[in-house]
Design a protein around this ligand. Structure first.
Ligand code: BTN
Length: 232
């Protein structure tokens, strides 16, 4: 899957860098980012010690975010035994209910850039992230070099893309629901409206029932509602 690997000590954003020179199988990694991009125009805090990578693929698939989430989950699960990881649709992974990974899929000129930021060895956060972000190190006390984790993520992405190509959407849908734990549960939308999760579709949209109507969410933020105790 990887045809060229550009390793940078520091860059503004690995997604921006990859999309300037898109190529099938291009991998861009950086030790840190000065203008890491998050979803919905936000920034991604990117000091040294974590994983910042972008994989460029020829194929644009609306399911890339879902497939990548499943893949990061599979790579992480062996590193955090006894801890809870869930995929929070559409692009977050939560470790013990705090955000440990963000995925940003972008496209340009027929190529997609799958960006992954994974907090591995982060020990301190700026005030505004302290309540919501975490790292593998903070949750487990174990430090890890980023590259072996990245190789596991890449192996898993390759595996899940092959599964999708050979067997279609059904196994991806099933894998997403077993790793996200939100099938059939209530989630909250911005504005505090509650809805019930029914499915995901082949575009990666979340199908929910809101006030008796079935609607599809394309990328809206959802809040997981843990057992009537409030929203996460
Ligand atoms: C999110 O907001 O959850 C998505 C964050 C994605 C961050 C990664 S870090 C590597 C890649 N380069 C970027 O500029 N962003 C993504």
């Amino acid at each position: 899957m990887i045809r060229e690997w550009i390793r940078l000590d520091q860059v503004d954003s690995t997604n921006r860098y990859a999309l300037e020179r898109p190529k099938d199988g291009l991998l861009v990694t950086a030790g840190s980012q000065t203008k890491g991009k998050g979803s919905r125009g936000r920034s991604w805090y990117s000091p040294a010690g974590n994983l910042y990578m972008t994989l460029c693929l020829k194929d644009i698939n609306p399911l890339h975010t879902i497939i990548t989430g499943i893949s990061v989950y599979d790579a992480l699960i062996t590193l955090v035994p006894g801890h809870e990881i869930i995929i929070k649709w559409p692009n977050d992974l939560l470790l013990n209910k705090k955000k440990v990974c963000g995925i940003l899929c972008q496209s340009r000129s027929g190529f997609s850039a799958i960006g992954i930021g994974l907090n591995i060895n982060q020990a301190f956060w700026p005030e505004e992230l302290r309540e919501t972000a975490t790292s593998i190190y903070q949750e487990t006390g174990q430090k890890h070099p980023a590259l072996p984790v990245m190789y596991d993520i890449l192996d898993a992405i390759k595996k899940w893309i092959e599964i999708y190509n050979n067997e279609g959407f059904a196994p991806v849908r099933k894998a997403f629901f077993t790793r996200s734990l939100i099938f059939g549960t209530e989630v909250m939308l911005e504005g505090k409206k509650r809805c019930r999760v029914m499915d995901i579709d082949m575009d990666g949209h979340l199908i929910v029932v809101l006030e008796g109507k079935t609607i599809s969410l394309a990328g809206e933020k959802i809040f997981i509602v843990p057992q009537n105790t409030g929203a996460l």
